[in-house]
Design a protein around this ligand. Structure first.
Ligand code: AMP
Ligand code: MG
Length: 339
């Protein structure tokens, strides 16, 4: 299959809409990362996403909509909490897990009785949903296990020959995938952290929002993840990544003892030149928003440079940094060294 990459024009949006209606795949930009879309109601179409990505069949997909009325048939009920969170954060990078409606394909939900739904704010996604009338399932546009792409060239690198069309809408702004929150149950629970933080949701809901233990710790053998995606390694470049937890002075000291060829530093802005090994900087210290924006491109760039061993500066664990830590922790296959 030949993969076309097209800029955003009325014609390319119309082509994307047509492909989706015909049960084909389209890769496109969202505000979080690039995604691969297919009609969420059409099981055969959604199966193609799993094939293109090499994604495990038990990992459910998020359904994307562009108006509250599209929830009809996608979910069986909109819980009160979901209404409050939607009013505050939709359109935006928040996915809510709700009771599943009759129209969503089993393949989309990986057989679960719940479905994750999000209303993205990116104008291209909104245009494509409006033009097609299709609520689409869309995971990140990477090969399963690799860092999510945040631009069209990285999407093409993974998806060339695997789908017919990539819409090129420039860089994704947020840089990490949406926050996933389960809104039913005694307490709301974050299943995957993102740009919409625990603190922001607690302010809107006026109640505690729990954080799934699988987010900041490795699951023990036999433990079940409520979000199936959380059990996988994920986001990993070819290099072996290790997170070094400690201040910059200790980090610098550690790197000084590890200057072998193939060693790279993944550090914060302004730090690299002091280290004596090749480096990539991924945002400002104490600033989860800039780190989120740069993390996945930084991980992909390490591969492009042939890095073999990567020592990463450790993000914080609150606010947007929780999302950065969560992704880096998986990219590091849960390896953290206390300095
Ligand atoms: P991705 O499609 O790569 O953005 O990943 C979607 C994430 O949302 C994965 O971690 C899934 O496990 C999670 N997810 C999607 N739908 C559900 C659901 N119904 N229940 C729990 N987690 C979900
Ligand atoms: Mg993904």
């Amino acid at each position: 299959m030949k993969t076309q990459v097209l800029p955003i024009t009325p014609e390319s949006v119309a082509l994307a809409a047509r492909l989706l209606q015909q049960g084909e795949l389209v890769a496109l930009p969202t505000e979080t990362v690039y995604g691969i879309a297919a009609d969420a109601r059409n099981g055969d179409a959604v199966k193609k996403i799993f094939e293109a990505k090499g994604r495990p069949q038990d990992n459910p997909l998020i359904v994307h909509i562009c108006g509250m009325e599209m929830l009809n048939g996608i979910v069986s009920e909109v819980p009160e909490r979901a209404k409050k969170l939607a009013a505050a954060f939709w359109p935006g990078p928040l996915t809510m897990v709700m009771p599943r409606g009759p129209e969503v394909s089993d393949v989309t939900c990986a057989g679960l009785d719940t479905v994750g739904v999000r209303m993205p704010s990116h104008p291209v996604v909104q245009q494509v949903i409006k033009a097609s009338g299709v609520a689409f399932a869309a995971p990140s546009a990477n090969l399963s296990g690799k860092p999510s792409p945040t631009n069209a060239p990285d999407t093409l690198a993974d998806m060339d020959g695997r789908l017919p069309l990539i819409l090129d809408g420039g860089e994704s702004n947020v840089g990490v995938e949406s926050t996933v929150v389960a809104v039913t149950g005694e307490h709301p629970m974050i299943l995957r952290p993102g740009y919409v933080t625990k603190e922001l949701m607690e302010a809107v809901l006026g109640e505690e929002v729990l954080v799934s233990p699988a987010i900041l710790e490795k699951l023990k053998d036999g433990e079940v993840a409520r979000s199936p995606g959380m059990k996988y390694k994920h986001y990993a470049p070819k290099a072996q990544v290790t997170i070094l937890r400690g201040d910059f002075a200790k980090y610098k000291e550690f790197i000084k003892q590890h200057t072998e060829p193939g060693v790279w530093a993944l550090c914060f802005d302004g730090e690299g030149a002091q280290l004596g090994v090749p480096f990539i900087e991924y945002g400002k210290n104490h600033d989860g928003v800039t780190q989120a924006h740069h993390l996945f491109t930084a991980l992909r760039d390490l591969d492009k440079h042939g890095a073999q061993v990567v020592y990463a500066r450790c993000p914080e664990q609150d606010g947007v940094s929780m999302a950065v830590y969560n992704r880096l922790f998986r990219a590091a296959a849960f390896r953290v060294v206390e300095l």
